[in-house]
Design a protein around this ligand. Structure first.
Ligand SMILES: [Zn+2]
Length: 150
């Protein structure tokens, strides 16, 4: 089992904060950073344990489109691998079918490279820039509860 950290990496937290600052009305039901006990049992070696994994809720009505982001984030050098809707992608292995229990229909999973944990540069440049007010509001929003298995 990978040990569980107390706080997710700045880069992982930035994914959720930046998305919220850019699209304040986005849905957050499937957001996730650190694992719950149930998640830990099901996926003992998840990148959520180390704070390098983050789940972003799929909400295409508010421009947070898991499928589109899956494609765009392939170009981000901070990404170790991505999972969405039955597909997994990594730089080394390319795209293939994801055969895990959870197909990831409701959120995009992003695993971040070890060297990029402190890199909080913009994750979603295609969404434009957030207003200062929205950035401040997003910064004080509570982080998601422990990641459940679904
Ligand atoms: Zn995840």
């Amino acid at each position: 089992m990978k040990p569980v950290v107390k706080k997710a990496t700045p880069a992982a937290i930035a994914v959720l904060r930046q998305a919220t600052a850019l699209r304040p009305n986005r849905k957050k039901a499937s957001d996730g950073l650190l694992p719950s006990a149930a998640h830990l049992k099901q996926s003992p070696n998840s990148d959520h344990n180390t704070g390098f994994g983050v789940d972003l809720t799929h909400d295409p009505k508010n421009d947070i489109d898991g499928r589109a982001f899956f494609e765009k984030l392939k170009d981000d050098k901070r990404v170790k691998y991505l999972i969405f809707s039955g597909k997994i992608w990594s730089e080394e292995q390319g795209e293939r079918n994801y055969t895990g229990i959870n197909k990831h229909e409701h959120h995009l999973h992003i695993s971040i490279e070890d060297k990029s944990g402190n890199d909080t540069s913009p994750w979603f440049p295609w969404l434009g820039t957030a207003s200062t007010v929205n950035k401040v509001k997003a910064a004080v929003k509570p982080l998601p509860k422990k990641k459940e298995t679904k």
